[in-house]
Design a protein around this ligand. Structure first.
Ligand code: BV8
Length: 236
């Protein structure tokens, strides 16, 4: 890996692993979300059409859980990076929680949406949302009782992909934090960055499915690895 001080344009991708130490279940660990619920039942448009109460209840439970957790040192370290790094930084998260924002990050690109946002299937407008949806509240804008979680399900197009691909084509460092590399298109970002000539760094508890694409992998807990990496980058 080239010395950290060389980097001027950084893209960071985070996944559920950065929120694990805050107490939010990841998807694929033992006892994780996809062991408690079948993906096709709760994270697909077909599942929502088949049983909206199940899906709305699943996201109500995860939205309510946000009130009981706090950002951890990894989230805070990325906020420090945003405040102190003199180059360009794009933070893309696959997470639908609000811990990056509560950790102090001001610019967060939620490519898979957010628990605290409601999408109206009637007027297609979005509203900030902290309440439940299984009681079928009306859209604050058009009043239709047609709200769904503003999250990207399997088979749906992730948000702001054009902006992400432009940033990946221009970056000189791509850092992946706390993701299994199991879901596309996010899992393919490391290859986009590599083909643009960027250095690629993985910070994860264990090797991910895409570890072999990274020029460097560091394994351990995000709350330790991320502050160490940010301090290293800002010191040089
Ligand atoms: C799309 C939001 C195209 C909702 C999520 C075959 C059939 C059908 C579809 C496909 C197929 N092949 C590919 C696809 C596409 C599909 C896909 O990739 N499927 C996979 C399963 C094969 N992808 C899609 O459908 C995407 N859309 O492709 O659209 C398109 C094109 C044109 C027009 C229309 C559409 C949309 C995918 C988005 C799904 N939504 N989340 C919600 O949250 O409920 S996915 C969800 O899982 C996450 O958002 C994330 O993206 C993904 C992976 O989760 P991770 O964040 O990585 O978490 P995970 O538990 O897996 O791993 C945690 C990691 O952290 C582990 O590595 C662990 O070691 C580490 N860790 C744990 N603790 C710590 C730690 N690390 C550090 N410190 C710790 N303490």
């Amino acid at each position: 890996m080239v010395p950290m001080a060389e980097f001027k344009r950084i893209v960071i991708l985070t996944g559920a692993g950065i929120s694990a130490e805050s107490g939010i279940d990841t998807f694929r660990s033992a006892g994780g979300l996809w062991e408690q619920h079948k993906v096709e039942d709760v994270a697909t448009p077909e599942g929502f059409a088949r049983d909206p109460d199940l899906v709305l209840g699943f996201y109500d439970m995860r939205r309510a859980a946000l009130a009981k957790v706090e950002p951890n040192p990894a989230h805070v370290a990325l906020a420090r990076l945003e405040a102190e790094f003199s180059g360009q930084l794009l933070l893309v998260t696959q997470n639908v929680d609000d811990l990056h924002e509560r950790g102090g990050s001001k610019q967060v690109l939620h490519m898979h949406g957010e628990l605290k946002s409601a999408l109206c299937t009637s007027c297609e407008m979005r509203s900030e949302w902290n309440a439940t949806m299984s009681d079928r509240p009306s859209c604050p804008i058009c009043k239709a009782s047609a709200l769904r979680p503003d999250v990207v399900w399997f088979g749906e197009m992730p948000y702001q992909m054009e902006r992400i691909y432009v940033a990946l084509a221009e970056c000189d460092l791509f850092v992946s934090i706390g993701t299994s590399g199991a879901v596309y298109p996010a899992a393919g970002f490391v290859q986009e960055a590599r083909s643009a000539g960027a250095a690629t760094l993985e910070l994860n508890l264990e090797p991910s499915e895409g570890s072999h694409f990274f020029s460097e992998s560091r394994h351990g807990k995000a709350s330790k690895l991320v502050p160490e990496w940010v301090a290293q980058l800002l010191a040089e």
